[in-house]
Design a protein around this ligand. Structure first.
Ligand SMILES: *Cc1c(COP(=O)(O)O)cnc(C)c1O
Length: 240
């Protein structure tokens, strides 16, 4: 497999550009930019690239692959003075939950109770609770992971009752479409579901939606956390 470029050029400009997009989307929506967290998605890029984006001021990073993420976490542990908050955003198999429970601060793609139960059992008691989001399949494609909107409430209630986890909210990866209006529809559906769960008594504060191509649409619909890879790190050689 070819090695990705070690450190993308113009890291500071790319990071500033992503932040400027968030700020202008917030201004348009009448929202405070402090209410939208930026997760820099570093999957496929090496630790040196993360280090460069960290030096440009970013502290929150997302990884999709367990081993790749754990390796980067270990090699960047020396940055503890300005520690990185690591988010696991990829699909998670049950034989990999322990590494995630022991090394990450957040997990975004939960769509089965069994995975949440394992994370709860395996989260070391000395660490703060693991923050989790339930992945919802808002576009309805058969191939994608995520619970249906109808299944979300029961799963949320069950996860909220687990020790050592903190259920923070909902996450989605809608089918890519062009145009802000078309992009807004699935984000709006996720926000409606989020509001419904909160009305049912769940204590949620995170709507994890929006990536490089659709962060404006996501922020217009209430995203509190956007996951941005390409706009910061450049194109990936591996598709995911
Ligand atoms: C890769 C990925 C992202 C970032 O995608 P970009 O289009 O590169 O911004 C966000 N969320 C998830 C779950 C991803 O897998």
């Amino acid at each position: 497999m070819p090695r990705p470029d070690s450190v993308p050029p113009d890291v500071q400009a790319r990071l500033d550009g992503a932040r400027a997009r968030i700020a202008s989307a917030c201004a348009k929506a009448g929202r405070d930019p402090a209410g939208v967290r930026l997760v820099a998605v570093s999957k496929t890029f090496p630790a040196e690239a993360v280090r460069a984006v960290h030096a440009a001021g970013q502290r929150v990073f997302g990884e999709n692959y367990v081993q790749e993420g754990v390796d980067k976490i270990a090699s960047l542990a020396f940055l503890a003075d300005a520690a990185i908050e690591w988010h696991f955003i990829g699909p998670l198999q049950s034989n990999k939950t322990r590494q995630v429970a022991e090394h990450f601060a957040w997990v975004h793609g939960i769509d089965r109770l069994k995975i949440a139960e394992r994370l709860s059992e395996q989260r070391p008691p000395g660490m703060p609770p693991l923050n989790v989001c339930i992945q919802v399949n808002v576009s309805g494609e058969a191939s994608k992971s995520g619970v249906t909107p109808a299944e979300a409430a029961a799963l949320a209630q069950a996860i909220a009752a687990l020790p050592r986890l903190k259920l923070r909210g909902l996450m989605s990866i809608p089918e890519p479409v062009a145009g802000v209006d078309a992009q807004r529809a699935p984000h709006r559906a996720l926000r409606f579901l989020f509001e419904r769960l909160k009305a049912a008594g769940l204590d949620l504060d995170t709507l994890s939606m929006g990536m490089s191509a659709d962060l404006e649409a996501a922020i217009a619909e209430g995203a509190t956390l956007v996951r941005v890879g390409t706009a910061i790190f450049g194109e990936r050689e591996r598709p995911l």
